[in-house]
Design a protein around this ligand. Structure first.
Ligand code: ARG
Length: 437
């Protein structure tokens, strides 16, 4: 097919310019969204009388057929097409002829690509939220198994006060629960339709943007056409949600790496979730956990890229914006790939009670000793000083396990690592993920 602007620039594009500006190889990922958007557009054009019922029927039939092919994995019908929108329109024209030339009535690729991205973002955010649920479930199950297994809690990476493995893992479950809520909010905020904004200033045709929004189950239409075609806040928010999921998983990965060292020895990783070395016969490495950290770097870079892309753009649509897709898809993939391994990795962790109890030295009970003095009426600052100077804290011996258990019971309060608090936390997590996002 000739360029969409061939009537104005009949000489055709230089192949190098075409190659530099074309995107079909990577924006093909929007094909299903593009076809769904076009279907809603056709229904609206028919409703307002801009196309005949006969043309509308042919267009719908053709678009449905293409959608079915895309759903079963069809690639771009013409790999030389400029972008996904052009490839779809071109193929539709090849199949149904003349009526396809009415598809773009009242529409620009600027509002079309924005609509595609909105549809993509809603689906991506929802499917990521479902993956986050799987990760939360796995972390909660591991926490359940180890809810009363004591371990030292750390600040500044120094032993601080007793907690349990369950309490520690549940902290991750709550981080992920916020990710789930955040993704649901991003999905809801993305469900706003830009179609009808046209290139930038709507249309002189009597379109019905509300009908398109309703057909796509979107909650609203943009209020301002310039904003509609240039807004990529929802893309950026989705990339941020991905970056934060990845940041959380990276922290979990880091703990697994540390815990699986012989220095800590807190966990052993199942062989299936560990790797060996090509040179050192003795090695068992935590590569999956390390790559949770590594994959996060990729996700975070996409967010920075998206912000950089937008920061100097004047109103309204600028071609720079087509680069947004590369960033969005990579952020989405990085988050999805990382989330996909979490259930397997977490259930492959075996906590080692002997190493955990050896790490519980007397120093983790020092604050408790100060608290007892406070109960006897000593001002806390004095109690702190008395305990600090009562002995040398540099080489503490093992803590008495029953004193650790007492300390945990004494911390059985809201937020705390005690048994009832952990049971409440587990209920809270499980109730939350039982409710749909
Ligand atoms: N492929 C383009 C993008 O993703 C579509 C919009 C092109 N608009 C234009 N006026 N050239 O942004």
């Amino acid at each position: 097919m000739p360029d969409l602007w061939a009537a104005r620039l009949p000489g055709g594009s230089d192949p190098r310019a075409r190659a530099f500006t074309g995107t079909v190889a990577w924006d093909w990922r929007l094909a299903a969204a593009d076809l769904r958007g076009s279907l809603a557009h056709v229904v609206m054009l028919e409703q307002v009388g801009l196309i005949t019922p006969g043309d509308a029927a042919l267009l719908k039939q053709g678009l449905h057929q293409l959608l079915a092919e895309v759903a079963s994995g069809a690639g771009p019908w013409n790999p030389d097409a400029e972008d996904v929108h052009t490839a779809v329109e071109e193929e539709l024209t090849r199949r149904i002829g003349e009526p396809a030339r009415r598809l773009h009535t009242g529409r620009s690729r600027n509002d079309q690509v924005a609509l595609d991205l909105h549809l993509y973002a809603v689906d991506a955010a929802r499917s990521l939220a479902a993956r986050v649920d799987d990760a939360i479930r796995a972390v909660a199950d591991a926490a359940d198994r180890c809810q009363d297994l004591p371990m030292p809690g750390y600040t500044h990476m120094q032993r601080a006060q007793p907690v349990t493995v369950g309490h520690h893992l549940l902290a991750y479950a709550f981080m992920l629960l916020r990710d789930r809520e955040r993704l649901a909010q991003v999905a809801a905020r993305s469900a706003v339709s830009p179609l009808g904004a046209g290139a930038l200033a709507t249309s002189t045709l009597d379109l019905s943007p509300d009908a398109v929004a309703q057909a796509l189950h979107f909650r609203a239409v943009y209020d301002n056409s310039l904003d509609a075609v240039s807004d990529r806040d929802f893309v950026t928010e989705l990339a941020f949600a991905c970056a934060l999921v990845l940041t959380h998983l990276s922290r979990l990965g880091e703990e697994v790496v540390l815990w699986s060292t012989r220095e800590f020895g807190f966990v052993t990783i199942d062989d299936a979730w560990a790797t060996g070395s090509s040179m050192m016969p003795q090695k068992k490495n935590p590569d999956v956990a390390e790559l949770l950290r590594g994959r996060a770097a990729r996700g975070l870079a996409q967010l920075a890229g998206l912000l950089a892309l937008q920061k100097g753009l004047p109103m309204a649509y600028n071609r720079d914006l087509q680069e947004d897709k590369g960033y969005l898809f990579q952020a989405h993939d990085a988050a999805e790939e990382a989330l996909a391994v979490v259930p397997g990795l977490v259930s492959a962790l075996h906590f080692n009670p002997t190493a955990l109890s050896a790490a519980l030295t007397e120093d983790v009970l020092a604050t408790d000793a100060a608290d007892r003095l406070v109960e006897a009426g000593v001002p806390f600052r004095e109690a702190h000083g008395r305990v600090a100077t009562s002995r040398s804290w540099d080489q503490p011996g093992p803590a008495d396990p029953s004193a650790v258990a007492d300390s945990l019971r004494a911390r059985d309060r809201p937020m705390g690592p005690g048994p009832q608090s952990i049971a409440r936390q587990l209920c809270r997590i499980r109730d939350s993920i039982a409710r749909p996002v």
